[in-house]
Structures are given as structure tokens and as C-alpha cells.
Design a protein around this ligand. Structure first.
Ligand SMILES: [Zn+2]
Length: 269
């Protein structure tokens, strides 16, 4: 029987296994090369779930080199309609603290040179990105976070930078002055590619640090990779429980436009 899944989970930095080591591993072949790792198929809350660590099992793919197109396509091939995407972020605001979660509803892309579309022609396709994250999935996530009493922010804007280096203080100050909430290196083009495949996409930003520091508070140190991993790991069991609850609570019926993203996206002569 062909492997199938309803929900796909992309593990972020420090999140290389979903629930223990259980589940069947499958290697998926895509026209865009191999995904970051084998996909683990398991069952959570009565749903079939596919798990794929976006950086590979040993974090061998830095943010700018993640095979995003292969990863998203692997989920599509398995029949995934809903993607849950946890990722580590730096906070750009004092009230967004390490350990908090942010269910982002917007992103600003400042990356460069990433392959960000499945549609290079001849069929010209312009998907809408006005609402890049699935509103229905965000509602489900907010309910689960309330139920599990975790600290979270209902919405926010993530600025996506190229990396792999972290920000200068001047850049970080510029980003916070724009009113942006958190900073990350992987939300683009992953969210866009999911939309092009008409999948719902939920961002779960796990705040690990204060980017280049916090203005006016010299005691806050700039981010280091070690600190990101430490905070992410400390929040791992909370994150697993939350994702488990979200997966179990997602209604089968899609009450959003994500599944019809291509309907109005194509130009026809
Ligand atoms: Zn949706």
C-alpha cells in the first residue's frame, strides 16, 4: 500500500525526531532532488502524520541550503493537506520572551537567491500571499495553546533573513523599528511553496533569544547557535504536546482558501 499522511510536520532546529523514534521511515523521491531526510510516518491523535526535519537529522542543511522544494513536494506526494511548521526565532520586542511561542500571521522576506517557486513557466502562476499562513490552523493552534497553558502570542510578523550568520546590532535595531516581531531564516520560501501546493501552513515560532540583544538592556547577550539549541531543547516536550494537540484537533473540513490557491492564480490567454 502506498504511504499516506494527512498532516505534515517540519522539525526545526533542535527538533529532529517527532514522538520518540516510533514510526515507519520512508524515502521519498521528488523531481526536485532528495528531501532533507527520510520521512517518518506515524499516528498522532487518530491522524496519519508525516515528520521531516528540515535541516536533516544531523542539522547538515543550513537555512539557505535546505532543499525546500523537495521537502514540501515530499509532503504533497504523501497526500498532506496541512503542514505544521515549528521553527526557532529571535525576538525583536521586549514583551516577546525566550520560551514564548508566536503563531505568525505575516512574513517579510529579506532572503536572496532562493528557489521559491514550482512555476517557472510556461504556465504562469501568481499565488496570493496576502495571508501567508492558514487562518483556520492558527485558530486551532491558539485554542490548543490556551488549553495547555503555554505562553504564546496570537499573531506576529516574522522577518526572514538569508543567514547563516546572525544579525548585526544595526540590522536588528532596524528590524524592530519596522514593527516586526521575530526573526528567522527558514520561513521563506517554505510557506510560499506550501501555498503553491495548496496546502495549509501553520507557523509556530519558538522564541529562543533576543537576536542581537535588546536595546537599552546591555545585560541581554546577542544570540549564539548554542543558546538557540539550548532553549529549543528545553521547550521540546511542551512543543511536542502542543503539536500533538493541534494535530488531533484539526477538523477534517478545510474552512479556508488554502486548498484553492491555484484557482485564481493562473493567467490564461
Ligand atoms: Zn488553510
Amino acid at each position: 500500500m502506498r504511504a499516506r499522511a494527512e498532516v505534515g510536520v517540519f522539525g526545526g532546529s533542535g527538533f529532529y525526531r517527532f514522538i520518540g523514534n516510533s514510526g515507519k521511515q520512508v524515502r521519498i523521491v521528488t523531481p526536485y532532488g532528495p528531501p532533507s531526510a527520510a520521512v517518518t510516518l506515524t499516528r498522532v491523535g487518530g491522524k496519519r502524520v508525516a515528520f521531516l526535519p528540515r535541516h536533516g537529522v544531523r542539522h547538515e542543511f543550513p537555512p539557505h541550503a535546505v532543499p525546500y522544494k523537495a521537502n514540501v513536494y515530499a509532503f504533497k506526494k504523501l497526500g498532506v493537506a496541512r503542514v505544521v511548521a515549528p521553527n526557532a526565532v529571535g525576538s525583536l520586542k521586549g514583551n516577546i520572551e525566550p520560551g514564548d511561542l508566536v503563531f505568525c500571521d505575516q512574513f517579510v522576506n529579506l532572503t536572496a537567491g532562493r528557489d521559491a517557486t514550482y512555476y517557472d513557466g510556461p504556465e504562469t502562476t501568481h499565488v496570493s500571499m496576502a495571508e501567508p499562513y492558514c487562518p483556520q490552523m492558527r485558530e486551532v493552534a491558539i485554542r490548543s495553546a490556551r488549553k495547555l497553558k503555554v505562553r504564546f502570542h496570537e499573531g506576529g510578523t516574522v522577518v526572514v533573513v538569508q543567514g547563516p550568520r546572525f544579525s548585526t546590532k544595526a540590522e536588528s535595531r532596524f528590524f524592530s523599528r519596522q514593527g516586526w516581531d521575530v526573526i528567522n531564516m527558514t520561513q521563506f520560501p517554505e510557506a510560499v511553496l506550501a501555498r503553491e501546493q495548496e496546502m495549509c501552513y501553520l507557523n509556530i515560532s519558538v522564541v529562543t533569544d533576543y537576536d542581537a540583544g535588546l536595546e537599552g538592556d546591555p545585560s541581554v547577550n546577542p544570540v549564539s547557535h548554542r543558546e538557540v539549541m539550548r532553549v529549543f531543547e528545553r521547550n521540546m516536550s511542551m512543543l511536542r504536546s502542543l503539536i500533538g494537540d493541534i494535530v488531533a484537533s484539526v477538523p477534517d473540513e478545510r474552512r479556508c482558501a488554502c486548498g484553492r490557491a491555484l484557482e485564481s492564480a493562473r493567467l490564461r490567454a
